[in-house]
Design a protein around this ligand. Sequence first.
Ligand code: HEM
Length: 179
Amino acid sequence: MSEATPKRYHPAHVVIHWLTALLVLMMLMVGKFAMPGVPSTDPQKPMMLQSHTYIGGAIAILLVIRLIMLFSFKRPAADTNKDNRFLDIVAKATHGLLYLLMLGMALSGFGLFQQVNLPAVFSGAQPYPQDFFEYLPRLGHGLTSTLLLLLVLLHFGAALYHQFIKKDNLLARMWFGKN
Ligand code: HEM
């Protein structure tokens, strides 16, 4: 049995963290910069969106598993900043918001899936929509993706700050090793 407060996250948590990071980053880059450049008349477009849907669904499943693990597995104590409590609040809020925004992406994506009837678009039974913004969840999906991108950058910046300026090797908590 491990001690009461572990030094690092459970290996399953570590795997899901880095897998989610990779998939979300990929989805944000493709969704923001690659997909808009492909016209809706391009025969590749439904296939691109189909992959986007599958990966989005996988992120949603990983998110649910992660939230369950967050409350059922022991995790390291919060890293507190004795001389700047404000940074503790920012860190806590960022982590909570990251979960919330990922959930928002999955829910708005699922809303689009239902409203547009994406399976019919993927099978060719229904034409690819000219403009998804006719559907309300598309607005939420776009706005949430921008907020998520900004927050991911903040999270990434904070990790670099810990690693190279504070040099406290906080990153090791989200990697494999002895507890
Ligand atoms: C959970 C992670 C997801 C991420 C990070 C993500 C990311 C994105 C991004 C960045 C965009 C472009 C937004 C913009 O700049 O306006 C987008 C568009 C879109 N996403 Fe997602 N998405 C996710 C999940 C989903 C899911 C689960 C579905 C469907 C079931 C979905 C369906 C769509 C659709 C239909 C569009 C619009 C495509 C267009 O306008 O041509 N997304 N997504």
